[in-house]
Design a protein around this ligand. Structure first.
Ligand SMILES: Cc1cc2nc3c(=O)[nH]c(=O)nc-3n(C[C@H](O)[C@H](O)[C@H](O)COP(=O)(O)O)c2cc1C
Length: 317
């Protein structure tokens, strides 16, 4: 089973990916969060620079509904040594959807068809797609699939939710199964894989699937991919890895963010997930949330690593 780390805008930055790859790894493909500009901005260039993404396979992701823009930015990305890009057709955010981008583009299947025919004809790179199954109703999927069937996608990554489900609504497995029946390119499953058992269930239900993508499950418990691969790590070793992983990310943000507040913002967001890797960390997690200064933050984090055991789910599974 190949395992991919999902892109999470603002979270799976190159700082995060690099540290993850060093202390956990086991990821077959990383994806950048979406690039939306016609021309790469400085931050986006830093995100794809090979030296910022060492020893990993990285696929830059583009979000666009204009073929020319997509091709232009893909060409720029190619100049950094990449041969594949991913198209985002899943982002559910209101500002994105209102511009008919991300999941919003699924509402205009005819325009999407024209867009895809142009990019698959003219773009010099391999293109994979990451998609939801529609905007508001499962019946939209049929038409979307009839479009996807026509194009030589590198792979199709499906998060089987509607845009209106955001990140919480039901996973629509039937729609996912339908795609497996109809689409002739490799299909990757994405959505709510939060434990080894979840990954096994997908394998059992869809034995044809040889790749999955995981996002929040890995943020909550960075050991997850190692566990899926059957690697055993002792509690002591896991704590050491988490601590080094944390320190490298913290150091990375301190070096590149302007001001402590921005660094704290990044680290707080990370802990809103990674807090679940520890037992009984509530008191310290509250302190992290409230911290206004780096030393307050560091004291709270020190408390977690000193006093809180690794979460039972991580040790047991
Ligand atoms: C905060 C946040 C940011 C995200 N940013 C992106 C993004 O930039 N590109 C993308 O394709 N998906 C993005 N996603 C969706 C994830 O890649 C993934 O599809 C989704 O979280 C479901 O997988 P999971 O249940 O394993 O987390 C984001 C999700 C969240 C919660």
């Amino acid at each position: 089973m190949q395992v991919y780390l999902a892109p999470l805008e603002g979270i799976t930055t190159y700082v995060y990916r690099k540290a993850y790859n060093r202390y956990f790894g086991g990821v077959d493909r990383y994806f950048t969060p979406f690039i939306v500009n016609k021309k790469l901005a400085k931050k986006e260039i830093e995100g794809i620079l090979p030296e910022n993404n060492p020893d990993m396979v990285l696929v830059p992701q583009i979000m666009s509904n204009r073929a020319e823009d997509f091709i232009e930015v893909a060409r720029e990305i190619a100049a950094y040594g990449y041969d594949t890009v991913n198209l985002n057709l899943g982002c559910p955010s209101g500002t994105v959807v209102s511009k008919k981008r991300g999941a919003g583009f699924l509402a205009c299947p005819d325009e999407l068809d024209v867009f895809l025919s142009e990019v698959y004809e003219k773009c010099p790179m391999k293109i994979s797609i990451k998609t939801r199954i529609g905007l508001e109703a499962e019946k939209e999927w049929e038409k979307i699939l009839s479009i996807y069937e026509k194009y030589p996608m590198e792979e199709l990554i499906i998060h089987p939710r509607l845009r209106s489900d955001f990140y919480k609504g039901p996973i629509r497995m039937e729609a996912f199964g339908e795609a497996i029946e109809r689409i002739n390119v490799p299909i990757c499953y994405n959505g709510e894989l939060n434990s080894v058992a979840d990954a096994e269930q997908i394998k059992d239900t869809f034995p044809q699937i040889d790749r999955v993508m995981i996002g929040r499950g890995v943020l909550r418990r960075p050991d997850l991919i190692l566990q899926i691969r059957g690697e055993k790590v002792s509690e002591e070793d896991m704590k050491k890895r988490l601590s080094s992983f944390h320190d490298e990310i913290f150091e990375g943000y301190r070096n590149i963010m302007s001001g402590d507040r921005n660094t704290l913002f990044k680290m707080k967001e990370l802990w809103s997930y990674m807090g679940e890797s520890f037992e009984g960390a509530d008191k310290y997690l509250k302190q992290i949330k409230k911290a206004n200064r780096l030393n307050e933050y560091e004291n709270a984090v020190g408390g977690i690593f000193r006093d809180c055991p690794i979460s039972k789910i991580m040790v047991k599974s």
